[in-house]
Design a protein around this ligand. Structure first.
Ligand code: APR
Ligand code: ZN
Length: 229
């Protein structure tokens, strides 16, 4: 399974493309790129602190819960790969029995790491850093940064994802516009391997033609009955 921002929309977290190219009033280039970080780490952390505060308040919806229920039924036969950095899949129970069944390919909002790559591992972090002077520092002295894959950076867990797509018989994609690569290509790889490819969301994604079936509807309203969970 692959999910995108749409699966969290009914939990009150705005999708990116619903907001006219601005994300909560910011241009993506100003807050979600390595260049933005170099230029203004204070602004980047102000943005991600607001994202943390919003995600902290959000509750998973029926769509998240249906995907977690499917995982309980399929066990290790299922991998949930999400482009979302929020933790609503976890809050709904995905990965509860085995965290490796959930891959956050674009990173995680509640994890931070050293911005100088000094070798210390990423760590859980629910703190807010609303201005430059309050940003935490790594033991090596460098600023900590969000453990988020910014535009121009390599997605995480790709080896594992390729491996799983190779073996997949069904690929279910939910709530993603098909505009951001490599995730937008997963459906091609799965199809080439002979998998059934299904999309669920209120509008057809840009790569709609690649799916065996497109089901138009909101995740929370559609998934429980569609998946029979
Ligand atoms: N249920 C399911 N899908 C929905 C819902 C809903 N209730 N509401 C909206 N959607 C769909 C929209 O139709 C759209 O196709 O969710 C999609 C949201 O698209 P994007 O905002 O482009 O989100 P996504 O595809 O996840 O973005 C990919 O781009 O912004 C970067 O790194 C960020 O991971 C993100 C990546
Ligand atoms: Zn460090």
């Amino acid at each position: 399974m692959l999910t995108g921002a749409g699966v969290s929309a009914e939990s009150g977290l705005p999708t990116f493309r619903a907001s006219d190219g601005l994300w909560e009033g910011h241009r993506v280039e100003d807050v979600c790129t390595p260049e933005a970080w170099e230029r203004n780490p204070g602004l980047v952390w102000e943005f991600y602190s607001a994202r943390r505060a919003a995600a902290e308040r959000a509750e998973p919806n029926a769509g998240h819960r249906a995907l977690a229920a499917l995982e309980r039924r399929l066990g290790d036969r299922l991998l949930l790969c999400t482009q979302n950095v929020d933790d609503l899949h976890e809050k709904a129970g995905s990965g509860a029995d085995d965290p490796s069944r959930l891959v956050h390919m674009h990173g995680e909002l509640f994890v931070s790491r050293c911005s100088a790559d000094c070798g210390r591992p990423p760590f859980l972090d629910h703190a807010l850093y609303p201005e430059f002077s309050r940003i935490a520092r790594c033991a090596c002295g460098a600023l900590v940064r969000p453990h988020i894959v910014w535009f121009g950076e390599m997605p995480l867990g790709m080896d594992r994802i390729y491996e799983e797509i190779d073996q997949a018989t069904v690929m279910l994609v939910v709530g993603t516009s098909g505009a951001v690569y490599p995730a937008a290509n997963f459906v091609d790889w799965a199809r080439r391997k002979g998998a059934r490819t299904l999309y669920v969301g209120p509008e057809a994604p840009l790569n709609a033609g690649k799916f065996s079936e497109v089901v138009l509807g909101k995740a929370g309203e559609t998934l429980p009955s569609y998946l029979g969970v």
